[in-house]
Each structure stands twice: as C-alpha cells, then as structure tokens.
Design a protein around this ligand. Sequence first.
Ligand code: API
Length: 289
Amino acid sequence: MDFSKGHGTENDFVVLPDPDVRLDLTVPRVKALCDRRRGLGADGVLRVAKAGALAEAGVLADLPEGTSADDWFMDYRNADGSLAEMCGNGVRVFAHYLLSTGLETREEFVVGSRAGGKPVVVHSSDGPLGDVTVDMGKIRDLGSSAATLDGKVFNGIGIDVGNPHLACVDPHLTAASLSALDLTAAPGFDPGFFPHGVNVEILTRIDSGAVDMRVHERGVGETRSCGTGTVAAATAALRHEGSDSGEVVVRIPGGQVTVAVSEGRATLRGPSVLVASGSIDDSWWNALT
Ligand SMILES: N[C@H](CCC[C@H](N)C(=O)O)C(=O)O
C-alpha cells in the first residue's frame, strides 16, 4: 500500500491514499505505523478519500457541514490511534499532497474534515515545499480553565477549534523559560470541563505581533507544532491583550505560522513539506489486527 510522509512545521504525518476506502485504520495499525521505531513514525495519519466514499463505506455517519460528497476528505487519526475532529497542520500537508499528486488541479478548494469543510488556498506547491492558507472557520470560547504541568498551574481559556484546546498565556514566560518547561508528562486538566480530553498550549504574551508556544497534544504527546493549537493560542493571546481580532505570528519549536482572527473566525497560513513516498508492506499491515 502506498504512502507519503509530510509535515507542517515539523508536525508530521503519514499520508495514506485510499480512494476506494479499503483500509481498516484500526488502533493497533495506526499506533504501529506512527511508532518511530517499529513503524514509519508520525504524529498522525491522514487517509485520503472522497467524503462520499467514506460515507458509503460507513467510516463517516454523514457528511459534515460544508463538506460535499466530491470533496477530498482528511480522515485524521492521532498517533495513539484515536480520532480527532481537525488538524490544522495536517490540512496544509493534505492540500499540498493533492496538488502534488494531481488528485486536485485547483489552487482553491475545500478539504473535508470531521470539523466541517475547510477552504484552502495553495499559494505555492513547488515540489516538496508548499505554502497554504486554511480557513479554520469558527473559533468558540469555552470559558476559563487551568492546566498543571511541571509542578505549576497555568490559567487558560478553553477554545474549540473543531477539536478542544486549553490555551494558557503566561505573561511572565519568556521564550527561554518556555523552552525550559518539562512537557514530557501529560498536563493535568479538568476532565469535567474537557470530557473528551484536550490539547494544551503554553505560550508567552504577544510581543511585536508574535508569541512563542509549546503544545502537548491529546493522543500524541508534545509535538513540534499543532495547527489548531496555534489558532487557539493566537485567540487567547489576543484576548489577553483585550482584543478579539488581529494577526499573530506563532513561533513553535517546529517553525512559525501566521494566524488571523476576526469576528470569531480564523485563518492559518504556513508551510507544508512533502518528504518522501513509498510503499508499506501489505502483509506487515494485515498482520496488525
Ligand atoms: N496536530 C493537529 C492537531 C491534532 C489534534 C489532536 N491531537 C486532537 O486530539 O485534537 C493540528 O495541527 O491541528
């Protein structure tokens, strides 16, 4: 079975073209594929299929809002095999992949996701390097909550970007003290507030239009970047300055992206890199049940 490997600011994914929806993405298979020793290694898996084909195969119960049957659908799984509604870095890699393989010929189109249709603009896709803007849609404020990590409490805002986030702005944090935080353990959070788990972002306040952020992702662990997380972070950072709109450069360990927030919606612009393509041994895959 064919695969490609790509990343968006070093949040990396195995891309699986599956137009006939033949693959059964069981938890053991996704976990093995994402394992950096016994598999290819990735933060997540992006299955490529039309939304209508996924609905016919029963992978989707129905077509999410803003998604038509003929849209290519990003069927995203976290490295632990769990489903997540949306993946901002993944959509950029997915859109770049579609153009690079000729599955899509337009530069502006909609990518389907469990969080709804996401319009994309592929500004460039020259070989391995892409530059993509994603309309991330509505950003919903879930109210105040807090995370505990590295023996400290971080107050933050719950933000729904299609998937759940807890974005914690610490005005005393610097890029240096942020990089010194220990994020190896999963942050503590209020399970009553986030009954389905949460992606946790820790970030500095805005300085010269930019913030520094690290993230511990639900179903993955600390990643070099999280696209939906950068949207949550930018929203919280603007809120911390008393604003509900603006453009924020978010610096993450894997690079940087630009988030624009306005009237409760956001766009995310950033790079995409397609590193490799190859084939996965079918018997290896089939033996994983
Ligand atoms: N890496 C993804 C986020 C995955 C979110 C996933 N960890 C979840 O369970 O919501 C991104 O770039 O937005």
